[in-house]
Design a protein around this ligand. Structure first.
Ligand SMILES: [Zn+2]
Length: 157
């Protein structure tokens, strides 16, 4: 847990490594939970005194290809700027003047692990799949209509 407002005010910096096995919500979408991500969290102050955090995360996740259900590597390169605001007075994204900055509603302490897990989940592709999937080309891909091709693909599993 981190006193995020103070961390921002004091321009704090924290670097660390987080094991994927310790991120239960992320585990659901991973093909395997071995490995880790590296993160760097920096505190900064905006032009009008806003408390902000910059979160950078790198690493490689193995997701499940939604086509062949095999593992597909996803390289992370997260770099996010978050503005802290109390739950009551948090500006909406429309009210924020700065593009590229997102609001993080927060009244007290920040759970850094949970924040990183949230950002990881947000950064993932909605439908992960291999750029060149090993699964045989189906009718939908080849453009040739074959009514049973899609069914055959399903039966493959
Ligand atoms: Zn695939």
């Amino acid at each position: 847990m981190l006193d995020a407002y103070r961390f921002a005010r004091e321009a704090g910096c924290r670097e660390g490594r987080l094991a994927l096995a310790e991120l239960p919500r992320l585990a659901d979408v991973l093909a395997q939970t071995e490995g880790w991500v590296d993160y760097r969290l920096s505190g900064l102050t905006g032009e009008r005194g806003q408390a902000r955090l910059r979160l950078q995360v790198t690493g490689r996740l193995l997701l499940v290809c939604q086509r062949c259900l095999d593992a597909v590597a996803h390289d992370l390169a997260i770099d996010r700027l978050l503005e802290l605001a109390s739950e009551d007075s948090a500006p909406t994204q429309e009210e924020m003047e700065d593009d590229g900055v997102d609001v993080l509603p927060l009244d007290g302490m920040l759970a850094v692990d949970a924040l990183i897990e949230d950002e990881l989940l947000l950064s993932l592709p909605i439908v992960p799949r291999h750029a060149e999937c090993a699964l045989p080309v189906t009718a939908a891909d080849s453009g040739k209509a074959h009514p049973f091709a899609a069914l055959a693909a399903l039966e493959h599993h």
